[in-house]
Design a protein around this ligand. Structure first.
Ligand code: PMP
Length: 414
C-alpha cells in the first residue's frame, strides 16, 4: 500500500464515522474512472464488475457534459416552473406501463421507498408490509425495519418471507406471500404492501423462472394490499430484458421506485405510481423535497436515458450477460466451492458453499484487478454487476480473473 493511501486511511479513521465500511481486505483507493474501469492511486486499473450505479459506464462524457452545461445555466428546485423535471417524468413514464402515470422525484432510493410505503399505508389505511428475508430497501429508520439483511429487528408491522433460491413458480410465491399475510393477520395487522426488489439482489440475485413474482402480486392484491416494485437495483436495463425488472414477471406494479443507476452517479431517484395513488396522497398532504428533481440531477438522468437508448445498452446487457453465464456455467459444474448460477442480463449471482469462500474469491479477484461483491444468506452468493457497456474483451477478462481466483481459493480453502 502506498503512503498516500495509508495516510488517507488514517485521516478517514479520525474524521469519518466508523459505521462506514470499505470493501475488500485491501481497500481500493480510487482516483479516477472511465467506462468499466477504476484507477487507483498507484495507477493500477480495476475492472469494476460490482458497482451498479455507473450504468452507462463511469464518467460517461455525454452525461458529464449534460450536467456541466445544465450547471452553468440553472440548478434549482421544483418550486419554480422548470422544464427538466417535467421532461424527465415524461421520459420515465414512456418506459413504464400506461397504468403508472405520476412521478415524484427524490435523491435516493431510500427516499423513494419511504414515500412508497407511506403512500401505500395512507391509501389502504393499513400498516402491514411484507419483504423478503435478505432484502435491503434503504437507510431510513422505517426502511431499516424492512431490510432484514441489516440484521436489525424487523419493524412492528413487517413480516419477511423466506426467499427460495430456486423458486418453483407463481403458485409457490403466492403461497409464501399468503402465509405471511396469514401470520400478519393473526397478529391483528392488515396488509398494506408487498415490497420486493424484482431481481432480489441482496437475496442473492433470484431471477428465474420469469413470472414467478406474479403469484405474490395476485396474493397481496386479493388481500387488499399494493405491490411496490423496488427497481433500484434491476432498473434501467440491467436485466437485459427491457428497462425494468418487473417486466420479466409480466406484472404491473402499483408503485415503482428507482435510484442508483438513474443519474449514472448523480443523486437522482424516483417514485412512479398509479394516478389514483398520487391524487389520494396529494389530497392528504403536500410533498416537497429540496434537491429532488433539481435541474442538474434531471439533466444527468435525461442524458443517462439517452445513452442507454442510443448505445443499445439493454441489448448489450443481454448479449454480454449470456456470454458471462456461458463462461461461468462450466466452472460451477466443476468446482466443489460453487453450487449455483443465477441472474438475468448483467445481474449475475454465483452461489458458493459459504460466506468465507465467497469473501476469499472476492478478495482474490480484487488482488487480480477485478471488482465483484457478495450478497445473500450468509453473504455466500457472489454478485457480478458490471456497467452495461462492458464489451467482449472485458467480459472474457472477468471470466479469466474469476477462474484464477477460484483455483487459488480451492487450493487454500477446500
Ligand atoms: N433498494 C434497494 C434494492 C437497494 O439496493 C438500495 C441501495 N443499496 C436502496 C433501495 C436504497 O437506495 P439508496 O442507497 O439510494 O437510498
Amino acid at each position: 500500500m502506498n503512503r498516500d493511501t495509508s495516510n488517507l486511511l488514517a485521516r478517514r479513521e479520525r474524521v469519518l464515522s466508523p459505521s462506514y465500511r470499505l470493501f475488500y481486505e485491501q481497500p481500493v483507493h480510487a482516483v479516477r474512472a472511465q467506462g468499466c474501469w477504476i484507477e487507483d492511486a498507484d495507477g493500477q486499473r480495476y475492472l469494476d464488475a460490482y458497482n451498479n450505479v455507473p450504468v452507462a459506464g463511469h464518467c460517461h462524457p455525454r452525461i458529464v457534459t449534460a450536467m456541466a452545461q445544465q450547471g452553468d445555466v440553472l440548478n434549482t428546485h421544483t418550486r419554480y416552473l422548470t422544464e427538466h423535471p417535467i421532461l424527465l417524468a415524461e421520459r420515465l413514464l414512456a418506459t413504464l406501463p400506461d397504468a403508472l402515470g405520476k412521478v415524484i422525484l427524490t435523491n435516493s432510493g431510500s427516499e423513494a421507498n419511504d414515500l412508497a410505503i407511506r403512500i401505500s399505508r395512507m391509501v389502504t389505511g393499513r400498516r402491514g408490509v411484507i419483504v423478503t428475508d435478505c432484502a435491503y430497501h434503504g437507510t431510513s429508520d422505517l426502511l431499516q425495519g424492512m431490510s432484514p439483511v441489516t440484521g436489525l429487528p424487523l419493524g412492528p408491522d413487517v413480516h419477511a418471507i423466506t426467499m427460495p433460491l430456486a423458486p418453483e413458480g407463481p403458485e409457490q410465491f403466492a403461497a409464501l406471500v399468503g402465509e405471511a399475510i396469514a401470520r400478519m393477520e393473526a397478529d391483528g395487522i392488515r396488509p398494506a404492501a408487498l415490497l420486493v426488489d424484482t431481481i432480489f439482489g441482496s437475496d442473492g440475485a433470484i431471477a428465474d423462472p420469469p413470472g414467478f413474482l406474479a403469484g405474490g402480486v395476485d396474493a397481496i392484491r386479493k388481500a387488499g394490499g399494493m405491490f411496490i416494485a423496488d427497481e433500484v437495483q434491476p432498473g434501467f436495463g440491467r436485466t437485459g430484458a427491457g428497462m425494468w425488472g418487473f417486466a420479466r414477471h409480466g406484472i404491473v406494479p402499483d408503485l415503482v421506485t428507482t435510484g442508483k443507476p438513474m443519474g449514472n452517479g448523480q443523486p437522482v431517484a424516483a417514485l412512479v405510481m398509479r394516478d389514483m395513488l398520487a391524487l389520494e396522497f396529494a389530497r392528504m398532504q403536500r410533498y416537497f423535497n429540496t434537491f429532488g428533481g433539481s435541474s442538474v440531477s434531471c439533466a444527468a438522468a435525461l442524458a443517462t436515458l439517452d445513452v442507454i437508448e442510443d448505445e443499445g445498452l439493454i441489448a448489450n446487457a443481454a448479449r454480454i450477460g449470456q456470454r458471462l453465464m456461458a463462461g461461468l456455467a462450466p466452472m460451477i459444474e466443476a468446482s466443489p466451492a460453487l453450487t449455483g448460477l443465477r441472474g438475468a442480463g448483467l445481474f449475475i449471482g454465483v452461489q458458493t458453499v459459504s460466506g468465507d469462500i465467497a469473501a476469499a474469491i472476492v478478495n482474490a479477484m480484487r488482488r487480480g484487478g477485478v471488482l465483484i461483491g457478495a450478497a445473500g444468506r450468509g453473504n455466500a452468493a457472489l454478485k457480478i454487476r458490471p456497467p452495461l457497456p462492458i464489451n467482449v474483451t472485458e467480459a472474457d477478462h472477468l471470466l479469466e480473473s474469476f477462474a484464477r481466483a477460484l483455483a487459488k481459493v480451492e487450493v487454500s480453502n477446500l
